[in-house]
Design a protein. Sequence first.
Length: 94
Amino acid sequence: MTVVDLKNMTVPEDVVKELGDKISEHPTLSHQSSPAVLSRMLLARHLNVEDAYVLWEAWAAWREENQPHLIEEAHVAPQLAVQTVSIAGQDKSG
């Protein structure tokens, strides 16, 4: 098994720009990107811009629907205090 050190990997700037340009064409979600996010998605998809774009679309749609930026610290203070997390709903296994 090959281990890849993702912390020390770099994504070529032209590849990040290519994905950024593709995202900028998106009608409603183009504001939800940063070079760091795009780089992580490109690494996750082995620098394949098309696959990274599909991943970005799903990520951006989830953020649009769930709006995690609106979560206030007061809402999660009890969980933060005891370092617990709970998730409602089902995972891929049901």
